[in-house]
Design a protein around this ligand. Structure first.
Ligand SMILES: Nc1nc2c(ncn2[C@@H]2O[C@H](COP(=O)(O)OP(=O)(O)OP(=O)(O)O)[C@@H](O)[C@H]2O)c(=O)[nH]1
Length: 295
């Protein structure tokens, strides 16, 4: 098997002009790659545009920064791998596969063609980094309220279209004001960040946590019924109760109240959220540190 692993397609200042010239030679590829900022589309366009020059049966593109794996085609015996990078920016790894080995000439040509892909990939990376920042709460590294507003719409229409369950947990730290008042705002911030971390540790990959406001978090659970959501909420509650926060010489224990709602056929976004919010307040009224399922 011919394995040309971890080749770096690095374009330094020295070769920048050469790259431009290469792009002109492959104008068709370069212009097609300017039509999108989506990684999967970029790689698919690149693969199809180079197919007549470098025949291949499949590609796999991985990008750890965005937890992406894009693959297509029939996986075969021979492969070549490229770790793509420009100006210290990692752009992911591309692997091409086929039945017969890639010759040195093929690899040389491929490296030239990869120059067309590098800057579109860099633009896609910058775009998705900016998008990620706009949708992330900096303190807790959870999705923010703007992200919640977009995601709940999408998840509700997906659940309705596919006749799947969708549940929502409203999570609120108990007596959080006392932590701020007793130990200071910094300690409050640490508590929020740790609370979010402990919630995340209880979730599956498909569950999404959002910071809804101050000390309130919302967790969206796709394909999860009321029973499953209740069990998860209880697991989160127990995890919060069992952890201890070390702050200077102090050790602090916290608890949380959680409300759970499951999507109904006639729900609006507001009614779906309101049921979980009311259930969370019912948990507060019943003495806090508990889970209440919405009726
Ligand atoms: N440190 C810190 N505090 C915040 C942040 N956002 C909101 N808060 C505080 O969170 C507190 C919320 O307090 P309350 O709404 O009275 O609720 P609580 O004290 O948790 O009481 P219960 O919810 O009834 O158990 C307020 O003191 C806010 O100032 C933040 O980003 N950092």
């Amino acid at each position: 098997m011919n394995h040309k692993s971890a080749n770096l397609a690095i374009i330094s200042n020295n070769t920048f002009e050469a790259t431009k010239a290469v792009n002109l030679d492959n104008y068709d590829i370069s212009s097609a790659l300017q039509t999108t900022l989506e990684f999967n589309e970029l790689i698919a366009i690149f693969s199809s545009k180079i197919a007549h020059k470098i025949p291949h049966s499949a590609f796999i593109y991985t990008n750890t920064e965005f937890a992406l794996e894009v693959k297509s085609g029939v996986f075969t015996r021979h492969s070549c791998n490229y770790a793509l990078k420009v100006e210290q920016q990692q752009l992911g790894e591309l692997k091409l596969m086929r039945n017969h080995r890639f010759s040195d000439g093929d690899l040389q040509l491929l490296e030239t063609l990869l120059c067309c892909l590098i800057y579109p990939l860099k633009n896609a990376t910058l775009f998705h980094q900016a998008l990620k920042m706009a949708y992330t709460d900096p303190l807790t590294q959870t999705h923010n309220r703007a992200s919640f507003n977009d995601t709940i719409k999408r998840e509700m229409s997906l659940a309705t279209r596919n006749v799947k369950n969708l549940s929502l947990i409203f999570f609120d730290i108990d007596h959080f004001k006392t932590i701020n008042d007793t130990y200071g705002h910094d300690c409050g911030d640490i508590t929020l960040a740790l609370g979010a971390k402990w919630i995340k540790e209880s979730l599956r990959d498909s569950d999404i946590i959002f910071r809804y406001g101050g000390e309130e978090f919302v967790i969206l659970l796709s394909d999860t019924d009321a029973n499953g959501a209740g069990l998860l909420a209880e697991r989160i509650r127990t995890s919060i109760e069992n952890h201890t926060i070390a702050y200077g010489m102090e050790t602090i224990k916290i608890t949380a109240s959680l409300g759970v709602s499951t999507l109904r056929a006639n729900d609006t976004i507001e009614s779906f959220i309101l049921r979980a919010d009311k259930a969370m307040y019912a948990a507060k009224n019943k003495g806090r540190n508990q889970v209440v399922l919405a009726k």
